[in-house]
Design a protein. Sequence first.
Length: 523
Amino acid sequence: MGADWARSAVVYQVYVRSFADADGDGVGDLAGVHGRLDYLAALGVDAVWLTPFYASPMIDGGYDVADYRAVDPTFGTLGDMDALLADAHARGLRVIVDVVPNHTSDRHAWFREALAGEPGARDRYIFRPGRDGGPPNNWRSVFGGPAWTRLPDGDWYLHLFAPEQPDLNWADPRVRDEFDGVLRFWLDRGVDGIRVDVAHGLIKPPGLPDATDLGSSGRRPYFDQDGVHEIYRRWRRLLDGYDPPRVAVAEARLRDVARTALYVRPDELHQAFNFDFLWAPWSLPSLRDAIDRSLAAMGAVGALPTWVIGNHDEARAATRLAAGTLRAGMADRPVVSSSPLDAAVGLRRARALALVSLALPGSAYVYQGDELGLPEVLDLPPSAREDPIWRRSGGELLGRDGCRVPIPWSGDAPPYGFGPDGSQPWLPQPTSWADLSVARQLRDPRSTLSLYAAALRLRKSFVDEPFRWLPAPEGVLTFERGPGLACALNFGPDPAQIPGRVVLASEPGEVLIPNTAAWYTPT
Ligand code: GLC
């Protein structure tokens, strides 16, 4: 089957704005990605997911799309995209693009028509009269504040994210037809798959009832309605109509992986990001349980899990995994803890978790910069911050800018080869990042980049082997992939023996020191 490649693929997430800036305006672009394809091919990933590069006023970094069929001039042209696709394919790299179906930008032609009060135009969005002088219900925006904004004429519209991102009404057949066309537009150009933004949000419950539990653990009524699945069955037919069939990955930010599995039933999407694993606290039982739950839930529908340790919405693994106080990431899940941050421990854990995630059965997602062990940048100047979470929380939450700082490629000072010398990256890079640059890490066999490259090379030999937990000493998580390869991660306070010959270790040494992992051939 032509879509099988995705089942065990390693997909590299390019946050286009922050990857590589070819034209020197401080913002990454498609030509920048194009120029770094050799890097991605040499790293050994199978596919690249590009975050939105469509025409957008950039209120939410491009997740506010004004025209789904146009490339924003900041990112380049359609011709740049075609050239990038052709050269990615020439290197054996597949390309996945983002589709943002839950909401448009308020600058989208449809919303302008709705504002102008053109007949029927408001039906494409979710407009309602207010209640008792206030919004139609008590829903809160994911970015903070109410999920409703009132127009001067008194009507309210729903936006689960920023007010500049009005939610579409998927009960309107014009919306469904339009997105068929958007999908076809990019698939016809040759993209290999799509990432579905807020895949769990498209259908709202009838009557838009008040939310009774607005906490981060409760089920919110505007997410994960059963009606969304009909849309993905329709999309699956569309994807299967291509030769070879194209694939889709769902971004459904759900903790319950059994609910997530519904998105990857055989007639729906192919993959879903594994937030259960991504959000697992650093402890052996929680990681082991997340792995067991994921394998069981996905196995029950004939799918394989994905393993995700970072993306453009979450605090960087190298910082998140250290104990500390962190108000970064998505507003509904700020990472908060009370003990001080320990950067060395965080990086050690991030490297260990990378080895685990790349050894598990299924597909792995690598967020740009995680292969360099980049930390979350916590001290960005307020004037540089762009995330609506930062603004809407009045600075109480740091939001997601700290995981979006442009990549250091080379050199000893900003912009570290992200853009031409003298250019100013849209977010300032720390002056301490010279040691973390790609060029520096390529020369160092012990670097995080060298670790990832070695793991991606070795992984090819066992991706089809069966998974099994192995008995292990207290505090050590151990599993094997077939008879030839085992992986162990030491959560305990003491060094542990490795029962075999080490083939790759997150830190050098003959024993497994705390917070490290190794791949080995069992003896
Ligand atoms: C998804 C994206 C996030 C964006 C949001 C609204 O969660 O990953 O970056 O802000 O959707 O589109």
